[in-house]
Design a protein around this ligand. Structure first.
Ligand code: GDP
Length: 297
């Protein structure tokens, strides 16, 4: 039942070296509890990353309202190995006063940069374990209004440090028209507040199909997602991952029903390498330059 994650789908994004050695992807998920974060991650990678029986090692790094927990899994497809780490942030947005909701998240992102910087400055630096955050998926509550102050504040705190990927959580709770309008308001807020979100680069020398599909992907941002790991039966008797309603089934893997497929394309199928490269070449480099400047080096 659609068990394929698809990170080995497009050989053009892989260097031979990555194929031989495998590679890693570190995804941070942030959003109020109950917005479907763990369900969506389980749906994306098609396994029970969050189940109690998994090899998950919760690592609380700071005694704070918001905790930082890492879950890892090794996935192999078509002879390519992916070491996946999900960095969850339970407790975010759950307090009555959320003023400091982002501080432990921001310092965790910084710590990861610092660890890399330290490793890089050592003499023998052949293989540096890359624990930096390659993408941060931010879950927006499907209110239909606009961004909340906490959404705006948080995104502004992290947009210079991570590839920020905002998504509309549980979009099956909204109608199609509501989603279109909600996306418009969110995008207006993003522009008004100068929030820098991740958009795949477009290249003039890409072929027409690639240009069109990238444009289509960008036009759907912020992705309206639905998560489900359970199989349901559609009216025409197909078994799909989805959610059942009296009026029918919302299919997770159907582009006509929600943007889950687009999120998966962006995260693992088409732009995984770009996310990793931008993390190293732009976000980390900016952090490093700033840090060295502050130290007077
Ligand atoms: P988390 O606290 O953000 O990790 O949220 P969970 O993944 O634990 O989901 C909270 C509840 O919402 C569970 O009952 C899920 O079954 C349900 N849920 C998860 N994803 C969706 C979705 O896309 N749509 C709807 N309607 N419910 C969802």
């Amino acid at each position: 039942l659609n068990g394929y994650v698809g990170f080995a789908n497009l050989p053009k994004q892989w260097h031979r070296k990555s194929i031989r050695r495998g590679f890693n992807l570190n995804v941070m998920v942030v959003g109020e509890s109950g917005l479907g974060k763990s369900t969506l991650m389980n749906t994306l990678f098609n396994r029970n990353l969050y189940s109690a029986s998994s090899a998950a090692i919760p690592a609380t790094e700071k005694p704070s309202a918001v905790e930082i927990e890492s879950l890892s899994a090794d996935i192999e497809e078509n002879g390519v190995r992916l070491h996946l780490t999900i960095i969850d942030t339970p407790g975010f947005g759950d307090a009555i006063n959320n003023t400091d909701s982002w501080t432990s998240i921001v310092s965790d992102i910084n710590n990861r940069f610092d660890t890399y910087l330290e490793a890089e400055s050592k003499v023998t630096r052949n293989t540096i374990a890359d624990t930096r955050v390659h993408a941060l998926i931010y879950f927006i509550e499907p209110t239909g209004h606009s961004l909340k102050p906490l959404d705006i504040t948080f995104m502004k705190q992290v947009h210079g440090k991570v590839n920020l990927v905002p998504v509309i959580a549980k979009s099956d709770t909204m109608t199609e028209e509501e989603i279109v309008e909600f996306k418009q308001r969110i995008n207006d807020d993003i522009i008004t507040h100068n929030i820098n979100i991740f958009k795949p680069a477009q290249f003039e020398n890409d072929d027409d199909d690639t240009i069109l599909s990238t444009q289509d992907l960008i036009a759907k941002i912020p992705f309206a997602v639905v998560g489900s790991t359970t199989a349901v039966t559609t009216a025409d008797d197909r078994q799909v991952r989805g959610r059942s309603y009296p009026w029918g089934v919302i299919e997770v893997d159907n582009e006509e029903h929600c943007d889950f497929v687009r999120l998966r394309d962006l995260l693992v199928r088409n732009f995984l390498e770009e996310l990793r490269e931008r993390t190293g070449n732009v976000l980390y480099e900016n952090y490093r330059t700033e840090k060295l400047k502050k130290m007077g080096i």
